[in-house]
Ligand binder design. Sequence first.
Ligand SMILES: *Cc1c(COP(=O)(O)O)cnc(C)c1O
Length: 214
Amino acid sequence: MISDNLNFVKSRIESVKHDQEVELIAVSKTRSISEIQEAIDAGQFHFGENYLQESLEKISSLKNSNLTWHFIGPIQANKTAGIAENFDWVHSVDRLKIAKRLSSQRDPNLGQLNILMQINIDKEETKSGLLIEDIPEIISEVKELPNIALRGFMCIPNPENSAASFSEMAKLVSKFSYLDSLSMGMSADLELAIERGATFVRVGTDIFGKRSYN
Ligand SMILES: *Cc1c(COP(=O)(O)O)cnc(C)c1O
């Protein structure tokens, strides 16, 4: 049952000592509207999606439920308008061009779009994200864009050393006093991430069960 799973994930979050506020994002990629509705009925309001096309129907059918939608997947430049118009947070901004497009395509009447820059914390060739050394320069430009608000960083670490990578992320975000958000930790490692300062954990499998594709 989704509601039992949600309660169990919440109890795992509470079992970890932490001072920061932690928001649980239910990653609903590949899940149906009725599965999402079950989570809503159990008190879940933040959802994460990876694919624009798949998410639009869900967002529009559930628009009366007062949900917060997080885009967490890789971003192609031709998808930025749909993301800017329909999401509240974007966790996977990995280049300046994408940040500029999101800002110019965001309707100012919606308020600023919240942005996290994705960091390739373990410098893995198979993963997208910025390298730490590129951060200061990009941030100085992203901060000036009018319709997005840079809030922090996101990472998907190599599971083999996620604890060390989470600590490195915490150190990085602490260098910028105006940043307040750190998106890290999934089903398998959310405790480690919270211990090290995560403010968003992104959990799919442990809420909705195994996915048949990614
Ligand atoms: C799919 C996905 C998740 C959820 O992963 P689970 O292992 O199912 O909890 C979290 N973050 C990102 C970026 C994802 O793509």
